[in-house]
Design a protein around this ligand. Structure first.
Ligand SMILES: *Cc1c(COP(=O)(O)O)cnc(C)c1O
Length: 395
């Protein structure tokens, strides 16, 4: 039988874990009730959703009534930013976010700018870390929202969220974090961090696609963006995705149970990979921070070649990876994250993101290194740029 390609794109999505699938199955067929219905089928669904909410709340040290289910990270990000902007517009119109946020945040910020909000961006250093001194200097009395992701989806940098929250709160701003890449991977205690809102998504942690949550600290006022029925304590309309929510809670529970083992295993694969690439491939740059980094992430820029062409040859060799983020690839724009880190356009074009998972093996990683060495060499031999500069650099 033909071998399935190797999957190194876990930051884009993960396979559903068997435990979650098994737990979800009855909620598609037997226990299919609408939780809004006042009968047996409805009540059984309510029970399942309540239990999932309790589970997720306890995993991040929140109260169950602070967890709101959504259709995923994108909706949670939209809701947090738009919902706070609209609820607090009398207090001010100044919003501060990082320049390396997910498109769900950046495009919502752009839309709010058209409505008359003022959007200002934090500064990040060459590793993608937020410059806290700069942040302090731009947060003002009329700043209503300060938002930064907990870990970046493209280069994996882990941000100092607790410090960012403190700076926001000193000026009375609401503090938000997008924890889609972090929840289930890093230990999160919302009370310890002090955040007011936090986005999560199931499909990045071996849960189902199309379901996520927004943590909203009790007492924080957020306007609804999805108006409809009385679901989610009147804050988010739409028939509840019972099976998805059940699968999300189960996947999250397993992720937390295995958190140390997965962290150690996946980061050992990543470190082995990074070491080999940096020592065996010339003219390559590791993007992001070396240690403050998601365990799964290795993002490289290869000089003289387009990320897309490496991606193509890896795909041919049976290795599935992303150039930059799944969302920006396909557009021919260089990555906004790498540009914010100060990379030149050419290097920002030549980046490839490898994101490992708990089912990957060291053999797969070693195979990938061999393929990369071979393809990079071939592609560079065809590159006029490399021929011009290569002779000089290869002494
Ligand atoms: C994947 C991702 C999102 C979007 O989540 P979806 O559930 O796919 O909508 C948002 N933010 C970050 C950091 C992500 O990695």
């Amino acid at each position: 039988m033909e071998r399935k390609p190797i999957y190194f794109d876990h930051a884009a999505t993960t396979p559903l874990c068997k435990e979650a699938l098994i737990k979800m199955t009855p909620y598609f067929t037997e226990i299919f009730g609408n939780p809004n219905s006042q009968h047996y089928y409805g009540r059984e669904s309510v029970k399942a959703v309540d239990e999932a909410r309790d589970t997720i709340a306890s995993l991040i040290n929140a109260k169950p009534n602070e967890v709101y289910f959504t259709s995923g990270g994108t909706e949670s990000d939209n809701w947090a930013l738009r919902g706070i902007a609209h609820a607090r517009k009398e207090k001010g119109k100044h919003i501060v976010i990082s320049p390396i946020e997910h498109a769900a945040m950046l495009s919502t910020a752009k839309a709010l700018k058209k409505e008359g909000f003022e959007i200002e961006y934090m500064k990040v250093d060459e590793f993608g870390l937020v410059d806290l001194e700069h942040l302090k200097s731009i947060v003002r009395d009329d700043t209503i929202f300060v938002g930064c992701m907990m870990a970046n989806n493209e280069v994996g940098t882990i941000e100092p969220i607790k410090e960012i929250v403190q700076i926001a709160h000193e000026k009375g701003a609401i503090a938000f974090t997008d924890a889609v890449q972090a929840a289930g991977v890093l230990k999160i205690d919302v009370k310890e961090l002090g955040v007011d809102l936090m986005s999560m998504s199931a499909h990045k942690i071996y849960g189902p696609k199309g379901v996520g949550a927004l943590y909203i600290r009790n007492g924080v006022k957020v306007e609804s963006i999805l108006t409809g029925g009385h679901q989610e304590r009147m804050k988010r309309g739409g028939t509840t995705n019972v099976a998805g929510i059940v699968g999300f809670a189960e996947a999250f529970k397993i992720a937390i149970k295995e958190i140390d083992d997965n962290f150690n295993y996946v980061s050992s694969l990543r470190d082995h990979f990074i070491e080999r690439i940096l020592s065996e491939v010339p003219f390559v740059k590791l993007n992001g921070h070396r240690t403050k980094r998601l365990p799964a992430n290795a993002d490289f820029s290869f000089d003289f070649i387009e990320g897309e062409s490496i991606l193509f040859s890896l795909d041919l060799a049976g290795i599935s990876v992303s150039s930059g983020s799944a969302c920006s690839s396909g557009s021919l724009e260089p990555s906004h994250v790498l540009l914010a880190l100060g990379l030149e356009e050419a290097l920002a074009h030549g980046s490839i993101r490898f994101s490992f998972g708990k089912h990957n093996t060291k053999e797969e990683v070693d195979y990938a290194v061999e393929v990369i060495k071979e393809s990079v060499k071939k592609l560079r031999e065809m590159s006029p740029l490399f021929k011009a500069e290569g002779d000089i650099k290869y002494v």
